[in-house]
Design a protein around this ligand. Structure first.
Ligand code: ADP
Ligand code: GN1
Ligand code: MG
Length: 352
């Protein structure tokens, strides 16, 4: 660790470092110096992100763009350059980077109140607005086709046909549930191809624990975890937040009667999100936000089901059938969204 830190002209001498946070992708360390000054040191997961240089270029472009609009340093994630002027340190296959620690902030794994969830909507809406004038095609597509839902469906069909683990017979109802919705999977990608929806800069991992809130006011400071920032649709970021945060149960709940769509959470997030970026979205973008919620849930569930059928290679599992459980909750949530479609559209209309 000292060797990596020696590449940086730190404010003080590093005296302590330890694993930090609850992220699932990168290896994150909190570094404390003699000043004392806090930093976040991360090793990028290059198995998931092979194009780490493209990824780092994206982060530099996006944070520099936001910095031009924000005078408060806590309101944008700040990368620290090495003594040689580079944005990262390469050590063999490993790539490390250093951030300024966002001081006086908290980060929540779950919303404790509706207000916390509304504030995460404010944070991601603000991110969308700050980048509305950034040409999305300058960004590298770090994970190509990440939200290409029809392509995710092709993968699912291949997994069903191959049935490599002989598990298809244990997931008949789920396979049917997903396949009967295949036709709707291309709605957003179709509108993008027609040119009806604009390509935006999207975050693509819009969970609450990727937002730093001020510890006193609990108002958002900045959005972090910018590894998956890519060109995409506004509805993807909105939708993934709803998928994860407006469900009444965990993603892997086994009692499906617990899994419902919370309309109060849907309303709170929508209000926060649109209060920040409503003015920079087109009417069709706003009208398709409920499609984003449904399609991000359908797509994520299809990915879980694919992984279950293929032998759990992608998502970490903690028990047999874990990915099938996840595929079931997502399908239940999709059904909930379909049952509450009119209400979702009305809520979006109220704040749009
Ligand atoms: P992962 O991709 O593994 O989720 P993150 O970049 O989200 O990695 O970092 C993991 C955790 O580390 C975050 O949830 C947050 O608690 C903390 N963290 C990351 N960056 C900062 C920062 N600049 N300031 C303060 N805490 C941070
Ligand atoms: C993965 O690891 P985590 O939770 O940040 C996945 C997301 C899924 C999510 C489902 C790079 O994110 O796309 O929505 O699991 N990230 C990647 O929990 O595949
Ligand atoms: Mg994270």
């Amino acid at each position: 660790m000292n060797e990596i830190l020696s590449h940086y002209a730190l404010d003080g001498r590093p005296i302590h470092w330890a694993r930090y946070g609850s992220g699932h992708i990168n290896e994150t360390y909190l570094v404390v110096t003699t000043r004392p000054h806090l930093y976040i040191l991360q090793r990028i997961n290059t198995r998931i992100f092979p194009d780490a240089e493209g990824l780092m270029r994206n982060i530099v472009l996006v944070t520099e763009h936001i910095r031009q609009k924000e005078s408060d340093p806590r309101r944008v994630l700040t990368l620290v350059r090495t003594r040689e002027g580079s944005w990262f340190v390469r050590r063999g296959e490993e790539i490390w980077r250093l951030y300024e620690f966002v001081t006086g902030s908290i980060c929540l794994d779950q919303a404790e109140t509706l207000e916390d969830f509304r504030q995460s909507g404010v944070a991601f809406g603000q991110f969308q607005r700050q980048l509305a004038d950034f040409p999305a095609d300058r960004l590298t597509e770090v994970l190509p086709g990440f939200h290409d839902t029809p392509r995710r469906y092709e993968n699912l069909r291949r997994a069903i046909e191959a049935d490599a683990m002989g598990r298809a017979k244990t997931a008949q109802a789920e396979i049917e549930g997903y396949l009967e919705r295949a036709e709707s999977a291309g709605k957003l990608t179709g509108l993008l191809e027609e040119g009806a929806l604009p390509l935006r800069v999207t975050h693509n991992d819009t969970k609450l624990n990727n937002v730093m809130l001020d510890e006193g006011s609990r108002q958002p400071l900045c959005v972090i975890d910018l590894d998956t920032v890519m060109p995409g649709l506004a509805a993807y970021d909105f939708g993934d937040s709803i998928r994860f945060g407006a469900s009444t149960a965990a993603e892997d709940e086994t009692d499906l009667s617990q899994v419902r769509l919370s309309l109060p959470h849907f309303r709170a997030f929508t209000q926060g999100f649109l209060s920040m970026c409503g003015a920079s979205l087109t009417l069709l973008e706003k009208q398709t936000l409920p499609d984003g919620a449904r399609l991000m849930t359908l797509e994520c569930g299809a990915r879980f089901l694919t992984d279950y059928l293929e032998g759990d290679h992608y998502f970490h599992t903690a028990r047999p059938g874990h990915n099938l459980d996840r595929a079931r909750t997502q399908l239940k949530l999709v059904r909930e969204m379909e049952a509450h479609w009119e209400e979702m559209a009305e809520i979006v209309g109220e704040y749009g």
